[in-house]
Design a protein around this ligand. Structure first.
Ligand SMILES: Nc1ncnc2c1ncn2[C@@H]1O[C@H](COP(=O)(O)OP(=O)(O)OP(=O)(O)O)[C@@H](O)[C@H]1O
Length: 361
């Protein structure tokens, strides 16, 4: 088990990177605590696999250092870093039995025979493979093969960390849910540092204690699912997490208020206005659909036109025209049916200000 530290890590696949866009990872500086369960979440191409490979040693970063428990491992190969890895597709020996596959990482490291037999059984039971231990891997289906891969990742008792790169992509949706729960339980029981790459927000939010959100080669926020939901550190997090994502409204400041397109004014806390005062970056207000309050009688807030109402069974999503923008509001299933117009109230606690995409407050 290890605390993993990224010390000014940057990586480019090009020989002579010039602009920012030439860097797959742009100067990462973070500490991932010993025993934490981290999900690395972001859209395709944002640098998740690159970062995982830098942590595992499959890739040497162009700049910076990787430390495991304070020790510089940047120059060490994956085998020397004592980590286990599970990839998107099964990495197993088809001609071996399930038991032999699970035992392989232990036998390779000369663990005692009795221990190997005990540990193989334990891991097989965790993953519901105990009934298949004597079967040849080639006889099993795709789901079972990926379970063996997971088992090979989990079998060693003393690894620094286990790194998962979208390990459930090829798994049937029903079993996916079950395995995600299993991995969470295994983590709770073992406290091994886990890093889990995914582009699926549900997977990240249900599995991880901390979600590391990546965007264009940068880590834009590390937080609990609740933190990412309630106070997105970047507009990308607001938009990427949640369904629908956060509403974003370009604005300017005038006195203590944000002025949005169409001239509407929304009061902001003094400290937030003070922090934003010196910036030249573009300003945006962000509020999640869950926190906007729609007043069908238009008594308070900014006037809006109702464009559409989607009934999703246990709640409704309203699409509301505010100036040139469409805002989404999530309202209770039994709320008063909207007419053609109404107004929107922005509760101060949930209305966030962003400068150049970054949270001001
Ligand atoms: N071997 C490589 N050579 C050159 N460029 C690469 C290589 N691998 C990745 N890249 C580029 O680096 C950037 C980050 O890619 P990476 O695979 O790390 O992203 P990702 O978030 O894991 O994406 P995905 O979810 O699609 O796997 C992308 O622009 C990608 O095109």
């Amino acid at each position: 088990m290890a605390r993993i530290e990224l010390d000014r890590v940057a990586h480019s696949y090009m020989d002579t990177p010039r602009g920012e866009a030439d860097w797959a990872l742009r100067r990462l500086e973070h500490v991932w605590e010993d025993g934490g369960a981290y999900a690395l979440l972001g859209p395709s191409g944002c640098g998740k696999t690159t970062l995982l490979n830098v942590i595992s040693g499959l890739l040497q970063p162009t700049e910076g250092r990787i430390l495991y428990d304070g020790q510089d491992v940047t120059a060490l190969a994956p085998q020397q870093r004592n980590i286990a890895q599970v990839f998107q597709f099964p990495v197993i020996y088809d001609t071996m039995t399930v038991a032999e596959n699970l035992a392989f990482p232990l036998r390779n490291r000369k663990f005692d025979r009795d221990y190997v037999a005990r540990r193989v059984r334990e891991v097989a039971e965790m993953l519901d493979l105990a009934g298949d231990l004597d079967r040849r891997a080639e006889r099993l289906g795709a789901d079972a093969k990926q379970k063996i891969s997971l088992g090979r990742g989990l079998v060693r008792p003393n690894v620094a960390a286990i790194l998962f790169d979208e390990p459930l992509t090829v798994i049937d949706p029903q079993l996916k849910w079950h395995l995600r729960r299993k991995l969470k339980q295994i983590h709770e029981a073992s406290n091994i540092t886990l890093v889990y790459v995914t582009h699926d927000q549900n997977e990240a939010l249900t599995f991880a204690e901390k979600v590391v959100v990546m965007y264009e080669g940068q880590v834009v926020q590390i937080g609990t699912p609740q933190e990412l939901f309630e106070a997105p550190g970047h507009t990308f997090v607001g938009y990427f997490i949640g369904s629908p994502g956060m509403n974003l409204l370009p604005c300017t400041l005038d006195g203590g208020e944000a002025v949005v397109e169409g001239g509407g004014r929304i009061a902001l806390p003094e400290d937030v206005v003070a922090r934003a005062a010196g910036t030249n970056a573009a300003l945006e207000l962000g509020i999640r659909p869950e926190f906007l309050r729609f007043d069908p009688r238009g008594r308070e807030g900014l006037p809006v036109l109702v464009q559409a109402v989607e009934d999703l069974g246990n709640y409704k999503i309203l699409s509301l025209r505010l100036g040139e923008r469409t805002m989404k509001a999530k309202v209770a299933e039994d709320s008063e049916p909207p007419g053609e117009a109404g107004s929107l109230v922005f509760p101060a606690e949930w209305t966030k200000l962003y400068a150049g995409g970054h949270l001001v407050g």
